[in-house]
Ligand binder design. Structure first.
Ligand SMILES: NC(=O)c1ccc[n+]([C@@H]2O[C@H](COP(=O)([O-])OP(=O)(O)OC[C@H]3O[C@@H](n4cnc5c(N)ncnc54)[C@H](OP(=O)(O)O)[C@@H]3O)[C@@H](O)[C@H]2O)c1
Length: 372
């Protein structure tokens, strides 16, 4: 089968270790099933793997990709939960299993025509979401869901600052947080991205490191070193930073004095449970929230998506599609969409504007049916 593989680790030139081509079909262990991948989303995790972060060379070659939506062996539309772990070993939460991994860490990942996963990891895909939209949920959107609704401790109406507005997790935080009634403030290094963040639903957007009109209840951190000091200074006394990533590095001063003096909490968050993924899918269905997709590319052009992510040249998710025999390569779902073109990205933002309309999911499903 066709697959996108990490063949070698290169910390300085990650694309040097990226290989596209034939790989053996997935091995199906007891209790596992094979999913035919229709769409798979790129995460920074895939770039980290190529850089050798979180994986050792003896695991290579390995198929990349944490996220997928596709068809189970009975033809049902499913979303693949990426966390491979035993809930019992994690006190009822598979993300807390000390031996848990994500697809593409120990087992081949989703950037392939087929992926094998435990049967319990398959979550029904709501019909209202396209395969491309559904493929964005298992990592970035699930992480954002848990950060907001489990880890932040903040009630709707609270002010939440999202650092680095344009990333996959960050755009998910803006969309989900806005739909749930939080006041979302965002920062970005780029004026154009700040404008996009406001269009998406952020109440206000600020330049990186800017002084805010008032201190916030919660800060959502994915950037790390470049924004950490600002995050600590932006919180009200007793506020909380929820951190799930450190894209710009983690060697920032901890700001210990400020943290104890203003009695802040710092909470780590990683992925989410299978049940949370199911609730996230329903949240999208009920609210009309749809993931922000920067571009959809055929999986054969995956290298372009990786390059755009590494250049920071994105607003939202990169999705790869897999053509099956009989699919129409000219259909919107499979056409390579470049940034700025109409299509998935426009419909995602259009979707946000309409998100309070209860009638919208049904209308979207009807529109999608009439397009296909
Ligand atoms: N723990 C988990 O379960 C989990 C899950 C998902 C992701 N993550 C981690 O979270 C991070 C974000 O992931 P992603 O997939 O959302 O990545 P992404 O789409 O590539 O987003 C990158 C983000 O980082 C910001 N950024 C990058 N370099 C920066 C710098 N030098 N200064 C300021 N901002 C900078 C960008 O903000 P601008 O708007 O300013 O460009 C952008 O928002 C990654 O480190 C990833 O590994 C962790």
């Amino acid at each position: 089968m066709f697959a996108v593989t990490a063949a070698r680790i290169d910390a300085d030139d990650p694309l040097a270790g990226l290989e596209l081509g034939e790989r053996p079909d997935p091995v199906v262990s007891d209790g596992w099933v094979t999913v035919t991948v229709k769409a798979a989303a790129l995460n920074h995790h895939d770039v980290w793997t190529l850089r050798g972060v979180g994986i050792s060379a003896d695991r290579l070659p390995i198929v990349l990709g944490c996220d997928a939506a596709g068809l189970d062996p009975d033809g049902r539309e499913v979303i693949v939960h990426s966390v491979i772990g035993d809930p019992d070993a994690g006190g009822g939460d598979e993300t807390l299993d000390p031996r848990r991994s994500l697809l593409s860490e120990r087992h081949d990942g989703t950037f392939a025509e087929r992926v094998s996963a435990p049967r319990r990891n398959l979550v029904p895909k709501p019909a209202a979401l396209s395969f491309e939209e559904a493929a964005c949920l298992p990592t970035a959107y699930l992480t954002a869901y848990r950060m907001l609704f489990e880890k932040s401790g903040a009630q709707p109406g609270a002010t939440v600052l999202v650092q680095g507005a344009s990333g996959g997790v960050a755009t998910a935080l803006i969309l989900l947080g806005r739909a749930a009634g939080y006041r979302i403030w965002a920062t970005s290094r780029s004026e154009a991205k700040r404008e996009r963040a406001v269009q998406l639903g952020a109440d206000q957007a600020f330049g990186a490191g800017s002084r805010l009109p008032e201190r916030v209840d919660v800060v959502m951190e994915t950037v790390g070193q470049a924004t950490w000091a600002h995050s600590v200074r932006s919180l009200r006394p007793g506020g909380r930073i929820v951190i799930c990533g450190a894209t710009s590095g983690d060697a920032s001063p901890a700001e210990l004095t400020r943290i104890f003096f203003t009695q802040l909490s710092v909470t780590g968050s990683t992925m989410g449970t299978r049940d949370q993924l199911g609730r996230l899918a329903r949240f999208c269905e009920q609210t009309g929230v749809r993931p922000v997709i920067d571009r959809v590319l055929p999986m054969a052009n995956a290298r372009d998506g990786f390059a755009a992510m590494m250049a920071g040249d994105l607003f939202g998710k990169v999705v790869f599609t897999v053509l099956a025999r009989g699919d129409n390569p000219g259909a919107p779902a499979e056409r390579a969409m470049k940034r700025g073109s109409p299509g998935p990205r426009r419909s995602a933002e259009q979707g946000l504007r309409d998100r309070t309309s209860r009638a919208r999911p049904a209308r979207q499903a009807r529109d999608r049916r009439s397009r296909s």
